[in-house]
Design a protein around this ligand. Structure first.
Ligand code: SAM
Length: 334
């Protein structure tokens, strides 16, 4: 199949599916309680794409060349019957199914997800210090439960990656402890630069701990060697421990943006297609879906959106663009 290319020659290869805008955490840098409090209005059930609608759209994307689906949210494991979505996606031939979660419900769901056909899981974990983690997730959720979720996923046969967003003054003092915890476990730990997305009003470049600084801090304790990117669209630059204890990755979306390799499309829980994490407005696919359009008509719509795609926000980011309104991470899922 000829790859579908955008105006910058980037193929459409990965679809991130946000399946809910709700989350059981209130991470202070992502869904602060002042904004996402008791009176916050989340999407109604009928506004969400059903699991069958999600699978149908996913099938159309697969027909256009998508090879990886990543289920996200909100917190995807709070969506009822998420395992069934995995089953439906698994019926699409030749695709990989990944999921990003905060890990809170992973211990109880890991086996069902693996049985349903999930290929791998990424767990977000920003601190190993229990008090700091409870404060960060602002739901008083203990770190041990997330670690138990990681163990359960591994025991169920799922390859695990651990993602830590690093913000200066928030959790950067815990970077070496995270590295120590996951060295030699076979789980790849990745550090992500704090971005100016969602509810990060007042975001400043000073909040970002550059990936190079993280590599230097960890490398000072356990020497690291660079490993090239496996694929051009890989978000993480990989580093290997010289003593053979595995790898870490750093995702330098701010200091070393990688828009040139970005082959990701994002579907919001209500079926809006976003061609960039920073694209405020999406293209509605739910209306055509519910109006009974055929798969070929949906494919044509997506083709015309992708082939017109010009986004490269991270490469164009300035102090001024950083202050513009942004889409919520809990809506689009990272
Ligand atoms: N609830 C799931 C989870 O925790 O992985 C999926 C959705 S969550 C929005 C996806 C990821 O976005 C999490 O790892 C979260 O830490 C990250 N994130 C949220 N706000 C961010 C920001 N301003 N910069 C970088 N990453 C951010």
């Amino acid at each position: 199949m000829e790859p579908l290319l955008d105006t910058l020659g980037r193929p459409l290869e990965t679809l991130r599916l946000s399946i809910t805008d709700r989350c059981n955490f209130r991470c202070v840098y992502c869904m602060p309680k002042e904004v996402f409090g008791r009176d916050h209005v989340f999407l109604e059930r009928k506004e969400l794409l059903s699991l069958e609608e999600l699978a149908r759209v996913a099938g159309v994307f697969a027909g256009l060349g998508v090879r990886t689906f990543r289920i996200t949210g909100g917190e995807p494991l709070v969506r009822r019957n998420v395992e069934h979505l995995v089953e439906l996606l698994d019926e699409i031939p030749g695709v990989e199914i990944a999921l990003t979660t905060n890990g809170a419900l992973l211990e109880q769901k890991a086996v069902a997800l693996a049985r349903a056909g999930l290929d791998r899981v990424t767990v977000s974990l920003d601190s190993l210090d229990d008090a700091a983690f409870r404060a960060l997730n602002d739901a008083d959720f203990p770190v041990q439960k997330v670690l138990d979720g990681i163990d359960a996923a591994a025991a169920a046969g799922l390859p695990v990656k651990v993602n830590a967003v690093v913000k200066r003054g928030m959790n950067d003092d815990g970077v070496v402890a995270l590295a120590e915890r996951f060295r030699g476990t076979g789980h790849v730990l990745r550090f992500i630069e704090y971005m100016d997305v969602g509810h990060t009003n007042g975001w400043r470049l000073d909040d970002v701990v550059p990936a190079a600084e993280i590599v230097a801090r960890i490398g000072a304790v356990w020497p690291l060697e660079p490993v090239g990117r496996a694929r051009p669209d890989e978000t993480a630059a990989r580093w290997r421990y010289a003593d053979g204890a595995g790898e870490i990755g750093v995702i330098a979306s701010v200091t070393e943006p990688f828009c040139g390799g970005c082959s990701r499309a994002r579907l919001s829980a209500e079926g809006r297609l976003h061609t960039c994490l920073f694209a405020l407005r999406g293209h509605d696919l739910r209306a055509p879906l519910r109006l009974g359009r055929s798969d070929e008509e949906l494919a044509e719509e997506i083709r015309s959106i992708w082939t017109r795609r010009t986004d490269r926000y991270s490469e164009l980011r300035t102090a001024e663009t950083a202050a513009l309104p942004k889409i919520e991470m809990s809506y689009i899922g990272g």
